[in-house]
Design a protein around this ligand. Structure first.
Ligand SMILES: O=P(O)(O)O[C@H]1O[C@H](CO)[C@@H](O)[C@H]1O
Ligand code: HPA
Length: 289
């Protein structure tokens, strides 16, 4: 009934570790249309999801379905070129399984990226939002990735989420964003996850905005919850790929094509921000990085 267990993620972690030279300390998840990040890794070793035991398959356009190991600014990283979403039909524990595999391979810091609709009226398409918090809408209905027996080897039954997104990394992103000349399009806000795959109605966008969400998407929060549960540091970025429509007179219509197109236009800056961050991050373990 609950597809994840220490043994399935452990078997996959061991399978992967036996095929790479250096265990990763940073894990990166590429959002829709943002998979180019994985191509920036040096000395890459890539695995197709279909070849990795227990791994789900990517079914969404813009998610290549490869796990890429390599170094970014000298630090060993693993990059998911394609993530899993609730609407693909996988149980929520399965779509977050890679977080536990990351943990078991030695990852300390997870960087999540996503494409999202902008609810905040000050946001423009192409803005990069540093996620400071999330609203887990499916969780309100009991669809939380930690539902089911708790495996104490990963973490506690009732994990705190007040510090889900690491504040020091948020500050580092702000500082580096300024250094790179990105301040005009760097924002900070609250990400709200919905189940999808239908985009939101106007009434839903208005409601989410009033609830305090700045951006809306269909991913990330579940990964953040599982990553925090097992003690990894989490940092997340949303690329605002489209404006959430809140006006019944608007002719705008969101589409996945627009999402991917904005990704293409902003990919280079987003990649630079992420790689600069990885370069400046402090790593706590004993690996020589
Ligand atoms: O969150 P990522 O994976 O970036 O993808 C976003 O883009 C898709 C919609 O265009 C949805 O899957 C939404 O969640
Ligand atoms: O407008 C959106 N809504 C939900 N998910 C999204 N992912 C990109 N844009 C959007």
């Amino acid at each position: 009934m609950y597809p994840d267990s220490h043994s399935s993620s452990g078997a996959t972690a061991n399978w992967l570790l036996s095929r790479i030279d250096t265990p990763p300390v940073v894990g990166i998840v590429c959002g829709s249309g943002l998979g180019g990040l994985a191509d920036t890794l040096k000395d890459p070793v890539a695995f197709h999801y279909q070849d990795i035991p227990n791994f789900p398959q990517s079914t969404v356009q813009g998610h290549a379905g490869r796990l890429v190991f390599g170094t970014l600014k000298g630090k060993p990283c693993v990059c998911m070129q394609g993530r899993f979403h609730l609407y693909e039909g996988y149980p929520i524990q399965k779509i977050t399984l890679p977080m536990r595999i990351f943990k078991l391979m030695g990852v300390e810091t997870v960087i999540l990226t996503n494409a999202a609709g902008g609810l905040n009226q000050d946001y423009k398409v192409g803005d990069i939002m540093i996620v400071k918090d999330h609203i887990n809408m499916p969780g309100f209905a009991g669809n939380n990735p930690l539902v089911g027996p708790n495996d104490e080897r990963f973490g506690t039954r009732f994990p705190c989420m007040l510090d889900a997104y690491d504040r020091k990394l948020q500050q580092l992103a702000q500082d580096l964003g300024a250094e790179l000349g990105f301040s005009d399009f760097i924002r900070e806000g609250v990400y709200c996850v919905l189940g999808g795959p239908s985009f939101e109605t106007i009434a839903e966008c208005r409601m989410l905005h009033r609830l305090g969400a700045d951006a809306v998407g269909m991913s990330t929060a579940h990964e953040a919850i599982v990553a925090r549960h097992c003690g990894m540091r989490v940092f997340a970025l949303s690329l605002i790929t489209n404006q959430a429509v809140m006006d019944y007179h608007s002719e705008e219509r969101p589409s996945h094509e627009e999402v991917l197109e904005t990704g293409r236009q902003r990919a280079e800056q987003l990649e630079r921000l992420v790689s600069t961050m990885v370069g400046r991050m402090e790593i706590n373990n004993n690996i020589n990085v």
